[in-house]
Design a protein around this ligand. Structure first.
Ligand SMILES: Nc1ncnc2c1ncn2[C@@H]1O[C@H](COP(=O)(O)OP(=O)(O)OP(=O)(O)O)[C@@H](O)[C@H]1O
Ligand SMILES: [Mg+2]
Length: 280
């Protein structure tokens, strides 16, 4: 059931061409004209977004621009009411969080995803515990959890038997990410993962985010912090009032262009066209 390491490595090899331009590669996830309405509020209008394996796609935008709703449609919390979702090139329906996790989509929230009263191992195996002769196989779960954390170079945890309540925000984030990796997720969605973190913890989470991409996973990273975004992103997608107004390769991108798109939905610095990374 859980071939912890091997599949991820194969995925990383298969995506060795990753990073930068899209070329003819198939996106891991593609949203086509995806829309979502809440009563009279058009939260998302015909969003087109491509997320590639081996890349970090940052989604930025002002308050209310539609970032969280976009993530929630992908993770099955708010199924879209228009448009299409393609997964590895094939149309899929994601109606529930269970549908999303069956595809290999894992969402990491700052605090909500873990149970404070349980320890690191219990959290990582919650609902998917290993048993042996009808008893919990604590040793095997403990060593698998520790192996995954160390494969991600998460070294600041004193013990995997520490309760999650006793961890720092950054360490919690690391455990949540390791959990996603351990269960062979293909797409990890992070909503404001650094919002509540200090400088050192933020650096750790950003490094971990890059490491996920270098293993061949796709990552969607939502943040208000442009420093963080420019540090981790391969692609930067900008939402403005529920529309996707730009999707640009991060490398060499003028920060002010992103600010323009975020604040006004357009940028004269970059031509006024809807900029798409894979056309470039
Ligand atoms: N459950 C809901 N019911 C009704 N309207 C909603 C719901 N969730 C979001 N919206 C509306 O959809 C729009 C987009 O909200 P969303 O939460 O995606 O913004 P955001 O980009 O994540 O903003 P922030 O940066 O503040 O987190 C907003 O106008 C919001 O009021
Ligand atoms: Mg939000």
């Amino acid at each position: 059931m859980d071939g912890i390491e091997s599949e991820q490595v194969v995925a990383a090899d298969a995506q060795a061409s990753g990073g930068g331009g899209a070329g003819s590669r198939t996106p891991l996830l593609e949203l086509r004209k995806m829309s979502k309405q809440f009563g009279p509020v058009q939260a998302l209008s015909e969003i087109d977004l491509k997320v590639y394996p081996g890349e970090v796609t940052a989604v930025v935008g002002d308050n209310g621009a539609g970032k969280s709703v976009t993530l929630k449609t992908i993770s099955g919390i708010h199924p879209p009411d228009g448009g299409e979702i393609l997964w590895q090139g094939k149309p899929v329906h994601i109606r529930t969080p269970k549908d999303a996790s069956a595809l290999g989509i894992e969402t990491v929230y700052q605090d909500l995803a873990l149970c404070g009263n349980l320890d690191v191992v219990q959290n990582m195996f919650l609902g998917r515990e290993r048993t042996r002769n009808h008893l919990l196989d604590e040793n095997s779960m403990e060593s698998a959890a520790a192996a995954t954390l160390s494969s991600l170079s998460v070294t600041t945890l004193r013990s995997v038997r520490q309760s999650v309540a006793s961890l720092s925000g950054g360490q919690r984030q690391a455990v949540a990410v390791a959990k996603a990796v351990m269960w062979n997720s293909k797409l990890v969605i992070m909503d404001e993962p650094t919002a509540a973190l200090g400088v050192a913890q933020t650096a750790m989470v950003l490094e971990l985010t890059r490491r996920l991409a270098s293993r061949g996973l796709g990552v969607i990273f939502v943040s208000h912090n442009f420093n963080d975004v420019f540090e981790v992103a391969d692609q930067i997608a900008v939402l403005y009032l529920g529309r996707l107004v730009a999707s640009l390769p991060a490398k060499g991108l003028d920060r002010q262009v992103v600010v323009d798109y975020v604040t006004s939905g357009a940028s004269s610095r970059n031509g006024s066209q809807l900029a798409h990374a894979d056309g470039a």
